[in-house]
Write a protein that binds this ligand. Structure first.
Ligand SMILES: [Mg+2]
Length: 89
């Protein structure tokens, strides 16, 4: 699945509620999910980590939608940025 397609699905499903909540409180939800993922990793709980990876990704796309940021473009720019590459890679 393309990143843009996934971001659109997240927009279609959640934007109205997320926008009503506001970006500050939505960012708090994102941070909570990052904490849950970190906790699952620390416990070595791969099944729970898989669920939390999903939560973190969707909440990140929600934040991008609220800021009208195209994550397809963000990823392309990241991969093209020489400062983000390891030497010899
Ligand atoms: Mg979670």
């Amino acid at each position: 699945m393309e990143i843009a397609a996934l971001q659109q699905i997240v927009r279609d499903r959640y934007f109205e509620n997320d926008n009503a909540r506001g970006i500050y409180h939505t960012a708090l939800w994102f941070h909570e999910e990052v904490g849950e993922l970190s906790s699952a990793i620390a416990r070595g709980d791969k099944e729970n980590a898989k669920e939390e990876f999903g939560d973190v990704l969707m909440w990140m796309l929600t934040l991008a939608n609220l800021m009208n940021v195209d994550m397809e473009e963000v990823v392309a720019n990241y991969l093209d940025n020489p400062r983000k590459k390891l030497p010899g890679k």
